[in-house]
Design a protein around this ligand. Structure first.
Ligand SMILES: Cc1ncc(C[n+]2csc(CCOP(=O)(O)OP(=O)(O)O)c2C)c(N)n1
Ligand SMILES: CC(=O)[C@@H](O)[C@H](O)COP(=O)(O)O
Ligand SMILES: [Mg+2]
Length: 635
């Protein structure tokens, strides 16, 4: 552990008050060392945190949190904020089961007034706090910190467009490190780069001092002078000014000398919202992070001296990699295939596709809504779009899926990565709901891969469906180690398969719980219960013939899925009810994720808690068959 005598004396942000800039600088250095050491033990979002060390110190020096409201967009950069706000003793539990969340979280601390993890919500939330404050007649300051990558999403602009809703103070800090997870894309990113290259940034030290003197005490005068300041010192910023913001910057976000007075003065502006454009370096102060292409955006445990990450050995490619490589194979044969990602090229495996087909790959930035409608346009224009979005982020594009894709029956293919539980990122990132929300749509073909070979087949299937939308889901992490054919054949739409024949109970699995279902069958066999195991493959259309057969030939039917209630099991129940099968006394259990948000932990532990591991599945089967509870619990 690093030696941090100055940081050790900071029990809460109040202890930063009255510190000199020199002292703050030392505290910032120790905070950086502490953050690196903690994340080296837990893994997590390091690069973003390192980039905001000085900004975090300056904000907590200037503001009076928690009375003042400080909202971090995404929240993945908030580890130093956590260290300064009373959570240092638990910082080495970050992202672990029972530990601190990797994001800001209301339930965790009064210093986290608004939780996050999905991008671009901070300005909207901050504006809400402002209006509530205005109505109360109180005077706390409200600050949102949003990254340049997160400034690509519509929500940020919707919020800025609405900022006139407050007639009091609102400060937006645009933390511009010229990075998203990947290099940022699009016109706004280019515009910010132009502002930064404008030159005034170099004289920020002087500017900070000048600004400190510019603003007089009375708020009215402060506003007038601030306007003079903003006009005099900016290198551009007119876009934000047109939206009604004072633009201040660009400011060197690592220079506490400049940053601190600017933030102090900007926080006094009350007649209009102010946007402070802060320029930082992702990964700042840690060589391995600064020098890596991804700036250590997200890391597993690593060695602090060398920066070497302790990647777990694996016997199988990740589902993500299988998706990327299979899509390349298909695209080599079909020039109409194009791929879309919303700021997640490496996360979705489309970085590989982009290397192979740069002209056919579209990173639209954090803009899932646009990604979906853009894909709909591509499909309407005659191309074959594959829209690769994590299950959790596709939630943001749901109206576009309904209105722009499904109602028009456009053949957009949705590759839904990170389906099911994701582990350390917790509830915000769990892909829990897509089976329900996609399966509810008329015409949708919805598949879930049980292994990587099936994923390859589902990609092939999806690319053949050209009269309606289709979607396939697959989890985070490595495949099952099965062989993938050179060119997988498409599946028959709406057809599942029996994997193991039995007689008493049928376990009908959708997705990668198939392995646990087979293990459950073994556990049941050891108890003298014969189980059939089937792989549903399709949540829509259902394989009615298969399901009716399972229902007819077994005493009990157990459905298993890596998703929330209202998904596959509900579809099966509804179909069986409509066919009158439930009138006959079939014993049926639908196993889903629990009806609560599960905090981060190892996925397998989370599935076990949900009763979706082999023991849980077997126990449910025994319970359905009427085996007494205490005997079933020991299955
Ligand atoms: C809606 C949504 N889409 C995608 C993501 C995944 N994601 C998390 S952080 C990030 C990059 C954000 O870039 P920026 O705001 O500039 O912050 P930085 O990482 O550079 O500190 C992305 C794409 C997300 N959290 N939310
Ligand atoms: C903060 C965020 O949303 C992403 O960085 C996310 O944590 C990535 O998750 P994966 O590691 O599953 O790609
Ligand atoms: Mg950024």
């Amino acid at each position: 552990m690093p030696e941090t005598p100055h940081l050790d004396a900071i029990a809460s942000p109040a202890d930063l008050k009255g510190k000199t800039i020199g002292e703050l600088r030392i505290i910032a250095d120790e905070l950086r060392a502490e953050t690196i050491d903690a994340v080296s033990q837990t893994g997590g979002h390091l690069g973003s945190a390192l980039g905001v060390i000085e900004l975090t110190v300056a904000l907590h020096h200037v503001l009076d949190t928690p009375q003042d409201i400080l909202i971090w967009d995404v929240g993945h950069q908030a580890y130093p904020h956590k260290i300064l706000t009373g959570r240092r003793d638990r910082i080495r539990t970050l992202r672990q089961g029972g530990g601190l969340s990797g994001f800001t979280k209301r339930a965790e601390s009064e210093y986290d007034p608004f939780g996050a993890a999905h991008a671009s919500t901070s300005i909207s939330a901050a504006l809400g706090f402002c209006v509530a404050r205005d109505q109360r007649g109180s005077d706390e300051r409200v600050v949102a910190v949003i990254g340049d990558g997160s400034m690509s999403a519509g929500m940020a602009y919707e919020a800025m467009n609405n900022a006139e809703a407050t007639n009091g103070q609102l400060m937006v800090i645009l933390n511009d490190n010229d990075m998203s997870i990947a290099p940022p894309v699009g016109g706004m990113s280019a515009y910010l780069a132009k502002l930064v290259s404008g030159g005034a940034y170099r004289s920020m030290r002087k500017m900070g001092k000048a600004m400190a003197g510019v603003l007089p005490q009375s708020l009215q005068q402060a506003a007038r002078k601030a306007e003079e300041y903003a006009r005099g010192m900016v290198t551009g910023g007119t876009f934000f000014e047109e939206l009604g913001f004072y633009y201040v910057g660009p400011v060197d976000g690592h220079d506490l000398d400049a940053l601190t007075p600017i933030l102090r003065n900007a926080a006094q502006i009350t007649d209009r919202p102010v946007l402070v454009h802060v320029v930082t370096k992702k990964g700042k102060g840690y060589g391995p992070a600064e020098n890596s292409a991804d700036k250590y955006h997200g890391v597993v445990k690593f060695d602090v001296i060398s920066g070497a990450q302790q990647k777990a050995p694996s016997n199988a490619p990740s589902y993500t990699k299988v998706f990327g490589t299979e899509l390349i194979k298909r695209a080599e044969r079909d020039p109409k295939i194009v791929a879309i990602t919303a700021a997640m090229p490496s996360g979705t495996g489309l970085d590989l596709f982009g290397q192979a087909f740069p002209e056919r790959t579209f990173d639209v930035g954090i803009a899932e809504q646009h990604a979906v409608t853009f894909a709909a346009g591509l499909a309407a224009g005659g191309l074959k779009p594959v829209c690769a979005i994590y299950s959790t982020f596709l939630q943001r594009g749901y109206d576009q899926v309904v209105h722009d894709v499904a109602i028009q029956s456009l053949p957009v293919r949705f590759a839904m990565d990170r389906a099911g539980l994701v582990g350390a990122d917790g509830a915000t990132h769990a892909g829990s709901f897509d089976i329900g929300y996609m399966g509810a749509l008329p015409g949708m073909v919805l598949m879930a891969a049980a292994d990587e070979a099936e994923l390859a087949a589902m990609i092939a299937t999806s690319l053949e469906i050209d009269d309606r939308p289709s979607a396939f889901r697959y989890p985070r992490g490595d495949g099952e180690g099965v062989e993938i054919p050179e060119l997988a054949a498409p599946l028959e739409i709406g057809k599942g398969r029996i994997v193991r024949e039995g007689t008493s109970v049928a376990i009908l699995s959708l997705g990668t719980r198939l392995g646990e279902s087979l293990k459950a069958a073994e556990l049941l066999a050891a108890r003298g219960v014969s189980a059939t195991v089937a792989d549903a493959r399709f949540a829509k259309p259902l394989d009615e013939e298969l399901i009716l057969r399972l229902a007819r030939e077994h005493e009990a039917l157990v459905t298993v899925e890596e998703g929330a209630m209202g998904g596959f099991g509900a579809f099966v129940l509804q179909m069986l009810a409509a066919r009158g099968v439930l009138d006959g006394g079939l014993k049926i259990r639908t196993l889903t994720l629990p009806d609560r948000f599960q905090d981060q932990d190892k996925p397998e532990l989370m599935y076990a808690t949900a009763g979706l591991d082999a023991r849980g599945i077997a126990a449910s089967a025994l319970e359905a068959l009427g085996v007494p509870a205490e005997r079933a619990a020991r299955a």
